[in-house]
Design a protein around this ligand. Sequence first.
Ligand SMILES: *Cc1c(COP(=O)(O)O)cnc(C)c1O
Length: 417
Amino acid sequence: MRNISAATLAAVSEAEAVLAPVFARFDETAKTVAEKILSAFYDNRVSEAHLHGTTGYGYDDRGRDTLEKIYAQVMGCEAALVRPSIVSGTHALAVGLFGLLRPGDTLLSVTGKPYDTLDEVIGLQGDAGNGSLRDFGIKYEQIDMKDGFIDCEAVEKRLASGGVKIVFVQRSKGYAADRRTLPVEEIGSLAGTVHKHPGVFLVVDNCYGEFVQTDEPVALGADLQIGSLIKNPGGGLCRTGGYLAGTKKAVELCSYRLTSPGIGAEVGASLDENRNMYQGLFFAPTVVASALKCAALASYLFFHAGFRTSPSYDEERYDIIQTVDLGSEKNICAFCRGIQSGSPIDSYVTPEPWDMPGYTDRVVMAAGTFTSGASIELSADAPIRPPYTVYFQGGLTYETGRIGIMRAYDEVTQITK
Ligand SMILES: *Cc1c(COP(=O)(O)O)cnc(C)c1O
């Protein structure tokens, strides 16, 4: 194995000693979530037969139907759709939005502008006529966050004047450096406000948030939460897929969009994915705790090397994303080089900035993952623009993730010296 410098090894030893109580908190959350997951396996009498899939229409796919009950129980809601046929988080979110919204309705985002990939779904970008929500006569409004919090007063006021069908919340800050990630309790209190208005759904983009806290948004009153199986809840084993979980009514409406009216959730061959989806959920609390430990380690190391980090290493965490403001293109490239060289796949590759379609600035990415694009695995990306922030997440195991972080630290501190 390539040498990691003595200075880096010493810094990591110090970091791990200081972080012990922080890591213990992540482990406590994982224990609580693991208990919930295992209880759901017991209550639903999971047997080996559930791990096998179906083909064709997938009628009476016991594995699929039972997994959806397990997801509902674990998330704390009535129903769920958990499908390998959902191609990504964006697709799952589109199913949720198109499932619930009708012409003339208003979609109200209350955490500022949603994740970039939803621009074309909503119709904020892209050609007219492409089948966006806007094409179907669905209006979009947004209320920006105020000092990092949802502006509940403005939300109340807007709901009172009518026409809103969905109040939309993005839990994780995603790649918006200028906002904070919401603790699930704040989404819960928003649910109280929203549900004073019958017929309005509270829908949560839950990407990167699953199992970081012991409760999920739907357990605290949201109508629907949506996420990707190649992030937290897939536990690193799901090869593709997405989920929607929430009230029976909301999930049923979404099922008609996922497949077709009249068919809903009753079809959909799970092929050979059931085993990965069950086992992935089983691993997920541990994998999420590992990702959180990697994030805290990176935060500690880079903060003490003089960089701004968010969250700080001992702050409460509500998603798995860590940002480090690296101050220069050179540092960003060094960081990504380190992460890439510490990855299990493509460790010999050197990431370079490139003009990614759809982005204004050049972007550099590091990802050497078993599942293509899986950001529950150790990965980093950074747009090349001040303050040269790298977004870092994942680590299937802490023991391997820390190696990537040590290499990133080695690379960056050698330049800085
Ligand atoms: C990952 C993510 C999505 C969906 O992205 P996909 O790449 O389509 O899976 C949506 N919102 C947030 C906040 C995300 O992190």
